[in-house]
Design a protein. Structure first.
Length: 400
C-alpha cells in the first residue's frame, strides 16, 4: 500500500446535491480498493383507517427508509487493456431483530456482489447480483428513494425497508443474479441488455427452461441552457412451466417508459408501465409486490395460465431552492386487472388498485448529510377492500 487518499465525490443515485465520499487505497500492483456507503434512520408514524384488517390503529417506528443503509467495497484494476473490478454491497437495516439481547434476527441484506469487465471501446459486461434493468430508472428518479414513502396496509411495523412508491407506481427492479451488457457510457444514447435468474411461483409454475430477458435504453440529448432531458424505456420477458410432467406454460411480459425534465431548479418526472403476468400490486390481506416483476405473486396468472393485466405509473415535481432544499410532490398508482377474454378467471374489471400521494422536503444539511420530512397518504383498494394509511416520516441520511 503506497498512499491513502480521501476524496469527496458529488454522487448519490439520482440527486447531484448529495455528497458521497470514498476512502480509496491505491495498491502497489495498480489495483485500488475503496469503501463508501450511507446510513439512514427515520421516525415513521402510521395511522391506519378502520377496515377488514381491523380497527383503526396508530404505530410509531424507528426504522430504515426506502433506501437501506449500504456498506460498499470495491476493487478495481487494469489488465490486458481491460478495466476489471469486483463489488460487494451490504445493506443492513437498523430495526431490532426481536431478540432481548443479541440482534441475530436483524436483517443484513447482501444486495450486491458482481464483477465487471469493460473497455472504453466496446462497453462493459457485468456478472453477478446487481439492480435489475426493468423499472430501474423509475425507482432511481423517485424522490421517495431518499425518504420513506408508502409502507403498505398491515406492514406498518414490518422488517426490511419501506416501499416508497413500489407497488404504488412501478415495479421493484430488485437485485438479481444476471449477466448484463452495457454499451459505451457517457454517450447521449445507451442501451443495456441482460439474462437474469428466472423467477418461479412455488406450487404453480416452478420450471424455467430459459433465463429471463431484460433490456433498457436511455437517451440524454443535448439541450440548450440549463435544461436537461432523460428519456428511458425498458422491457422484460419470461416463460414458466408447471412441471416436467404437466405440459402447461405461462408467459409474463412487460414494458415501461419514462421521462425526466430538469429546468433550472424545477424537475418533472413521468413514468408508466404495463404488462401481463408481471405482478405489481398484492395478494391476500397485505401488500406484496412482485419484487422482480414476476415471482412472489401467485395471483399474477389465472387458473388457465393466462396472465392478469397490470399497469401503473407516477407523476412527480420537485423544486430546489438555494441548491440545498428540495420540496416535492408526487402521485402514483398500480393496478391489477382481470386475466382477459377466454380465461377461467372469475374476476372482472379492476381487481385491485393502490395509489399514494406524497409530499416531502429534502434538505442538504451538510455536504454529506440530508434531513428529510414526508407525508404520504395511501389509498388501498381490493375487491374485498383494504384499509387506507397515512404516513408521517422524519429522519436523517448520511452518505460517505
Amino acid at each position: 500500500m503506497k498512499r491513502l487518499i480521501l476524496l469527496s465525490l458529488a454522487v448519490a443515485f439520482a440527486l447531484p446535491t448529495t455528497a458521497h465520499a470514498q476512502l480509496i487505497m491505491t495498491m502497489s500492483n495498480g489495483w485500488s480498493l475503496s469503501f463508501s456507503g450511507n446510513v439512514n434512520a427515520f421516525w415513521v408514524f402510521t395511522a391506519r383507517d378502520s377496515g377488514p384488517l381491523g380497527r383503526s390503529v396508530s404505530n410509531s417506528s424507528i426504522r430504515t427508509g426506502l433506501l437501506p443503509a449500504f456498506a460498499n467495497f470495491d476493487a478495481k484494476g487494469k489488465e490486458a487493456g481491460l478495466d476489471i473490478g469486483v463489488h460487494f454491497g451490504f445493506a443492513p437495516e437498523i430495526q431490532n431483530g426481536g431478540n432481548a439481547h443479541d440482534q441475530f434476527g436483524t436483517q443484513i441484506d447482501m444486495r450486491e456482489v458482481y464483477l465487471t469487465v469493460g473497455s472504453p471501446k466496446w462497453g462493459q459486461i457485468l456478472a453477478g447480483r446487481e439492480l435489475g434493468l426493468f423499472s430501474r430508472q423509475n425507482i432511481l428518479n423517485d424522490m421517495t428513494l431518499f425518504g420513506v414513502g408508502a409502507v403498505g396496509p398491515g406492514l406498518e411495523q414490518a422488517g426490511g425497508t419501506t416501499l416508497g412508491r413500489i407497488g404504488y407506481g412501478y415495479l421493484y427492479a430488485n437485485f438479481n443474479a444476471q449477466v448484463t451488457y452495457s454499451s459505451i457510457g457517457k454517450k447521449p444514447f445507451q442501451f443495456n441488455v441482460g439474462l437474469f435468474q428466472p423467477s418461479v411461483i412455488p406450487g404453480r409454475y416452478s420450471v424455467t427452461s430459459m433465463p429471463r430477458l431484460e433490456a433498457e435504453v436511455t437517451l440524454k440529448p443535448k439541450m440548450s441552457g440549463r435544461t436537461k432531458l432523460l428519456v428511458w424505456g425498458g422491457v422484460e420477458w419470461q416463460t414458466l412451466k408447471r412441471s416436467p410432467a404437466i405440459d402447461s406454460s405461462a408467459t409474463a411480459a412487460g414494458g415501461t417508459v419514462g421521462v425526466r425534465v430538469d429546468m433550472s431548479q424545477l424537475a418533472v418526472v413521468a413514468s408508466y408501465y404495463m404488462g401481463s403476468g408481471i405482478g405489481g400490486t398484492g395478494i391476500g390481506g397485505a401488500l406484496v409486490n412482485s419484487i422482480d416483476g414476476f415471482g412472489f405473486q401467485s395471483g399474477a396468472f389465472a387458473n388457465d395460465g393466462s396472465g392478469r393485466k397490470f399497469d401503473g405509473g407516477y407523476l412527480q415535481a420537485t423544486y430546489t431552492a438555494n441548491k440545498k432544499t428540495t420540496a416535492g410532490v408526487s402521485w402514483g398508482y398500480s393496478r391489477e386487472k382481470f386475466a382477459g377474454t377466454g380465461s377461467t378467471d372469475a374476476s372482472a374489471g379492476v381487481v385491485a388498485q393502490w395509489s399514494a400521494f406524497t409530499g416531502g422536503i429534502y434538505h442538504q444539511w451538510t455536504k454529506s448529510t440530508k434531513l428529510v420530512a414526508e407525508y404520504t397518504r395511501e389509498v388501498n383498494h381490493r375487491a374485498f377492500n383494504q384499509a387506507n394509511v397515512g404516513v408521517i416520516a422524519a429522519g436523517v441520511m448520511l452518505f460517505f
